[in-house]
Design a protein around this ligand. Structure first.
Ligand SMILES: [Zn+2]
Length: 233
């Protein structure tokens, strides 16, 4: 058939390189997505910190509006004390004023707590924004590198795929047919002989077969039918 050991070796090396490239091609999109998820999580944290701050500020605004209302109400009651005619009316107004004073104290306390909460939310926002900036910067360069890797892997795969096809054709149509049949069944048509075993199914290969393959003869693994190729040129 005119097959040489070098041809078989090159075919095996090509097949192995393609398997590695395929693994990288399958792995890289997941790594790209994971990097994107980390950046998105950092953006989400900033978004959440903004919302938290906005909530506290909204609460404070409503407390301040409530305080103004109560103070206006108290001023109104205080003005009325000069106008009432009876002790009962006067006492009733004083009770209203006391009630307003209590309400005003509550609101003032609430406003102090809100201001503390706002300060806390501002410093959390600041720290998650810093974190996001770092993550984002790292993400941009990582994503760029990963996309570049993926493009290179795809390019290499196309080139290596073409090379494998050429190498197969050189081995003749019988080998091509066998290769296609085994690839269809097992995902790869070639197995490399390493440490006395078939790299496809890990079955031990008889020394006699090892020697014949090393001499450039075409043999298949009796277990998985893959074409056996030497592990060294
Ligand atoms: Zn095998």
């Amino acid at each position: 058939m005119g097959v040489t050991k070098a041809q078989l070796f090159e075919l095996g090396a090509c097949e192995e390189a393609i398997a590695e490239l395929e693994q990288a091609r399958d792995r890289l999109p997941g790594e790209i997505a994971a990097a994107e998820n980390r950046a998105q999580a950092a953006r989400d944290a900033v978004e959440a910190a903004h919302e938290e701050l906005a909530d506290f500020e909204k609460t404070r605004r409503s407390q301040e509006a409530g305080l103004q209302d109560c103070e206006a109400q108290r001023t109104k009651f205080q003005g009325q004390t000069a106008l009432v005619k009876t002790n009962e009316e006067y006492s009733a107004l004083l009770r209203e004023i006391d009630g307003m004073n209590d309400r005003i104290s509550e609101l003032e306390e609430g406003i102090l707590l809100s201001m503390e909460a706002i300060d806390g939310a501002k410093s959390r926002l600041e720290s998650v924004e810093k974190e996001q900036e770092i993550v984002e910067r790292g993400h941009r360069s990582a994503a760029k590198g990963l996309h570049r890797d993926l493009a290179r892997v795809e390019e290499d795969l196309a080139r290596r795929g073409g090379e494998r096809e050429e190498r197969l054709q050189l081995l003749g149509s019988g080998v091509v047919a066998l290769y296609r049949r085994v690839t269809k069944a097992h995902g790869s048509g070639v197995a490399i002989l390493r440490d006395g075993r078939c790299s496809g199914c890990h079955r031990a290969i008889p020394p006699q077969t090892m020697n014949l393959v090393a001499a450039g003869e075409l043999h298949t693994c009796s277990n998985c039918q893959r074409i056996l190729v030497p592990g060294e040129p």
